[in-house]
Design a protein around this ligand. Structure first.
Ligand SMILES: [Zn+2]
Ligand SMILES: [Zn+2]
Length: 303
């Protein structure tokens, strides 16, 4: 069963209201449940609001030097260069102009950089609070996530590590480790593991890291400035999404939240739309390139 199929029927993916990264690591997300999905009579005449807690990533531990080097890798890849060639024209079309992306690069990279955490990081936590940690067998190639936004073909969604614990007589609670959020020793593990059954992992990886449940990345946007301020322009529909960058803040925040949400809401990426031969070819390509991809990752990760 895919992650997508685990989405509860009554909590649609497209109605989560806007929220911003706050000083704290946890923010409230309000989900509007449309009337058509309601079965209880009492909810028939007004929208019902369910409040869930969504853990927001904190990027305090990310090295600026590492982020800067990773940005160099991104901007040297052909896909990014192609976009850059057309950015003035694209920005003009939306009434804006291109910018020097170095002012936002760290806030962009913050959400894309893999954390390189694997099962060995959790050996000392086995059975703590009832959690058992294990390797995710559904990951086709149980190794590190490749570099994002570098035209690499890989499943960027599947976690490397999952944990589960008994839940009385019900089915065990399962959580996935985010492959991107920074991990530091001694941190609260609840901030990097996200529930599968309540769709927390799906919402987190899609909207905080820009990856569809199919494993595909959301496309690289064009960055620029309009009367609204700094924006990311969607390459699919031309919509402008605000970039939340506080250049004076001490900590990095992910500036792509509203762009990722836009892609999530408007440009669904479903595996069933893809050709079976294409998927097979991709899998073979990944297998053939895997060694090089990992080497490339490690070069950047050792910065
Ligand atoms: Zn994360
Ligand atoms: Zn769009």
């Amino acid at each position: 069963m895919s992650q997508l199929e685990l989405v509860p029927q009554n909590v649609p993916q497209h109605v989560v209201s806007t929220e911003m990264i706050t000083e704290t690591s946890v923010s409230e997300t309000v989900i509007d449940v449309p009337q058509r999905n309601l079965t209880q009579e009492s909810f028939a005449n007004k929208p019902h609001k369910v409040t869930i807690k969504r853990v927001m990533p904190v990027y305090t531990s990310l090295s600026y030097d590492r982020a800067d080097r990773y940005w160099e890798v991104i901007i040297s890849n052909p896909a990014f260069k192609n976009l850059a060639t057309n950015e003035s024209q694209i920005m003009k079309a939306v009434g804006g102009y291109a910018i020097d992306t170095s002012i936002i690069k760290r806030n962009v990279v913050a959400s894309l950089l893999p954390n390189y955490v694997d099962i060995s990081d959790f050996e000392n936590f086995q059975d703590e609070d009832g959690w058992k940690y294990k390797v995710n067998k559904r990951r086709a190639f149980d190794d590190y996530i490749s570099l994002r936004w570098c035209n690499q073909k890989q499943n960027f969604y599947q976690p490397l590590v999952i944990r589960y614990k008994k839940n009385g007589t019900k089915k065990p609670i399962t959580q996935n480790l985010c492959p991107y959020c920074p991990y530091t020793k001694g941190m609260d593990l609840n901030t990097i593991f996200h529930g599968v059954d309540d769709s927390s992992y799906m919402h987190h990886v899609c909207k905080d890291h820009g990856v569809y449940t199919t494993g595909n990345e959301m496309p690289i946007p064009v960055f620029g400035k309009t009367a609204k301020g700094l924006v990311a322009v969607c390459g699919i529909c031309g919509n402008t999404c605000n970039l939340s960058v506080d250049v004076h803040a001490d900590n990095l925040n992910n500036c792509l939240i509203s762009y990722f949400r836009h892609c999530f809401d408007k440009h669904k990426n479903k595996r069933q739309n893809r050709d079976a031969n294409e998927i097979k070819r991709e899998a073979q390509e990944i297998k053939a390139n895997r060694h090089n991809l990992i080497l490339e990752n490690l070069i950047v990760s050792k910065v």
